[in-house]
Ligand binder design. Structure first.
Ligand code: NAP
Ligand code: ZN
Length: 351
């Protein structure tokens, strides 16, 4: 076994703290990675506080990982020592169900193996994530990362990037599509950048008046304060597609009514408590769809990383030290993130 250090939540109601644990020795198909940066996703907070249920403690969160390869197993062909690589939200899947065959490993019938708090077939316990100095991952779940982009800004692409890219592609967003993005946080700001790069006309809906200028800089043509009923009314029946990234329960009808005939609103936010049920009439009246989407497959994640390298897209980040993680969670809850915290793992030291 290999000694690893990280930060873990010891219990749902406790702050994250320094934690020592073991990673497996790389097997023939494994890639060992020294982690340089790890993004801080709202899902980390949901799970560290057991808001979705099922968190096994201690829990080492983190699924927006970039770093350098330090060792590879004998059978590894895609990577060599020194390569810059990424790991996102999953580190394994069954590999033989319909979804896995189609390259949609995130929808694996047996359930994906999460990068943290997932069932670890090697240890028999749970997986530990990227708030850590190193990780060992089977090569099929490791991504190639371009050295052209700022690495700290690349880390959030591994979750926030792919989670927004995949539904934008799935629902055919292209030049001229009118796309609404709800919430300007980690996912929302990537959705704005990516939809704009795909040529869409982007309308950003925010509860925070102080984010208007940023939204425009990031690529939104229009910004609507969603708490203002008059401003919302002006967009009734206008949008082809809405990507809703909000991490808290809210009135979905306020946004569904902005879709044109046959429009779709896709939810990616996963609040701890359910949304109030939307009105059937609002869907029926314009044959609207309400949908959801989970991250993206491995091939699609590579496609997204290549798209971002080509278009020079990274996340707008605030780099933090490992010790700052608890304060970062509190700020994330207040919507006080511009627009993703990224942990500099060089600040994590053995104690
Ligand atoms: P985040 O950075 O905290 O951003 C969420 C944004 O939602 C906030 O910045 C805020 O934007 C808005 N918001 C928050 N509370 C709100 C409220 N009470 N009412 C209205 N708007 C509110 O979070 P994130 O990392 O982007 O994650 C967003 C959600 O997606 C989380 O639930 C996370 O677990 C989930 N997620 C899902 C997937 C997936 O595969 N489906 C992947 C990753 C994350 P404004 O200030 O602009 O209003
Ligand atoms: Zn995430």
């Amino acid at each position: 076994m290999v000694q690893a250090i990280g930060y873990a939540a010891p219990a749902a109601d406790k702050e994250l703290e320094y934690f020592e644990f073991e990673r497996r020795e790389p097997t023939a198909h494994d890639v060992e990675i020294e982690i340089a940066f790890c993004g801080v996703c709202h899902s980390d907070l949901h799970q560290a506080r057991n808001e979705w249920g099922g968190t096994v403690f201690p829990c080492v969160p983190g699924h927006e990982i970039v770093g350098k390869v330090t060792r590879v197993g004998d059978k590894v062909t895609k990577f060599k020592v020194g390569d810059t690589v990424g790991v996102g939200c999953m580190v394994d899947s069954c590999g033989h169900c319909h979804s896995c065959h189609e390259g949609h490993e995130q929808y694996c019938d047996s359930g994906l193996v999460g990068t943290y708090n997932g069932p670890d077939k090697h240890s028999g316990g749970v997986t530990y994530g990227g708030y850590s100095n190193r990780i060992t991952v089977t090569e099929g779940f490791v991504l190639k990362v371009s050295d052209k982009l700022d690495l700290a800004g690349v880390a959030p692409l591994l979750c926030a990037g792919i989670t927004t890219y995949s539904p934008l592609r799935h629902w055919g967003v292209t030049k001229g599509t009118k796309v609404g993005v709800v919430g300007l946080g980690g996912l929302g700001h990537m959705a704005v950048k990516l939809a704009a790069a795909m040529g869409a006309e982007v309308v950003l809906f925010t509860t925070s008046a102080n984010k208007v200028e940023d939204a425009k800089r990031l690529g939104a043509q229009h910004v609507v304060i969603s708490k203002d009923p008059e401003a919302m009314a002006a967009w009734q029946n206008q949008l082809d597609f809405i990507l809703n990234t909000v991490a808290a329960p809210h009135d979905l009808d306020a946004f569904l009514s902005l879709l044109r005939l046959d429009g779709t609103m896709c939810l990616v936010g996963i609040p701890a408590e359910p949304h109030p049920s939307p009105s059937a009439y609002n869907l029926v009246a314009k044959r609207r769809s309400l949908a959801g989407s989970l991250i993206g497959g491995i091939a699609e994640t590579q496609e997204m990383l290549d798209f971002c390298a080509e278009h020079g897209i990274t996340s707008d980040i605030e780099l933090i030290a490992m010790d700052d993680i608890n304060e970062a969670y509190e700020r994330m809850l207040k919507g006080d993130v511009k627009y993703r915290f990224v942990i500099d793992l060089a600040t994590l030291k053995q104690r």
